[in-house]
Design a binder for this molecule. Sequence first.
Ligand code: LLP
Length: 430
Amino acid sequence: MILPPHLTVRGGHLHIGEHDAVDLVERFGTPLYVTDDARIRRNFRRLSGALITHYPEVRVLYAAKANGNLAILRTLASMGAGADVFSAGELALALSAGMRPDRLLFNGSSKSPSDLALAVETGVRVSVDSIDELQHLERAAGEAGTTVDIAFRVNPAIDVPTHPKIATGLATSKFGIPADEILNAYRHALAAEHINPVGIHCHIGSQILDVEPFAREVEVLIEVTRDLIDIGVDLSFIDIGGGLGIPYRRETDRAPTPEDYAGAVMPVFLRGIHELGIEPELWVEPGRWLVADSTILLARVNSVKIAHKAFANIDAGFNLLARPVMYDSYHEVVAGNKADMPAVREYTIAGPICETGDILAEDRMLPDLVAGDIIAVLDAGAYGFAMSSQYNSRPRCAEVILSGEEAALMRRAETIDDLVALMEVPPWQA
Ligand code: LLP
């Protein structure tokens, strides 16, 4: 298997950064998410560098939903990232990580009154998803006696080659305002006393392994911008969202590089703004590309069962990594303590959850496994822990972050006490 440079095999053990995966599980237990801080920094530099080479006014807004741990947000904040935030929680975390409010965009198609009030109070920009929402926001800003900078989210009606559950720019998606209604939305915004339309926003989907849809998206945004200029909107940013995919199947996926991505979108963007005579900032909202490959999920084999096929039953399941069951996603697996042994048998890596679908990896050639062995699930940094649950009343596991020789918890494991801590006894049971 081709491993990225921060994953190596030394002395038969998988290493992440400077650290032996076997030592990490001895120290912190399993299951365990382990993130290499240096890899996130490298990913950020690579992606932002690829874009900035074409145009200096690029702002990278990390999609905080991909992995909302404060340590990761702090790392990205220290590199100058802002964030796409989709909830009050993500907004609070991004601010507490030190991200500048003017580098945050509050996104979402269903913001509550308290979300809107918080956006107004914190002074972040808001991506508005409907004219109805605009009116609620206008009221909230009016009550606070202030003005809010907004963008509308455009639905570009672009067919995107990805899993249907994560394609967001389709004409049938719940997100955004159709391009033919967008002018009307901006007219409402121009007329509103407490709203300042300063941007335009779009996000076509996630895990996209072809750059062409991004170029088409930018074309749509430039066309809309042309009309917006005609009605007197002065745009200070164009936000093209996130979505750049990664090669989860390392041997066979052909994934575009950040340079390919920039090479596809930037000429369209630059030609467009040049023709229009404007110089807006270009905002991008990568999530997966920045964090996915920085993190592995380490789990221990509880038992091996040879039935109609060989199962390795591990202590992590879709409670901790929902992607395989939710999107049939593929994640590479490595036997962490036998990483240099020959692969001799196909194993299906099954979790501990009481559902047939609780399979993290199917029919993978691995060395002979026995109880106690360590399984590493790769590329688990995006939408991994972030989508975990306590299903089957399983406490969520710890997360560790590595920096050079150092390894530290960035979240402790939950305990059974944590599970019951928030439950209340109804008075008639007391
Ligand atoms: N911007 C917006 C408005 C988004 O909704 C998203 C992701 C992103 C940016 C970042 O997209 P990325 O660069 O990470 O592809 N749970 C799914 C992915 C859901 C993506 C949701 N929105 C998965 O595990 O594949």
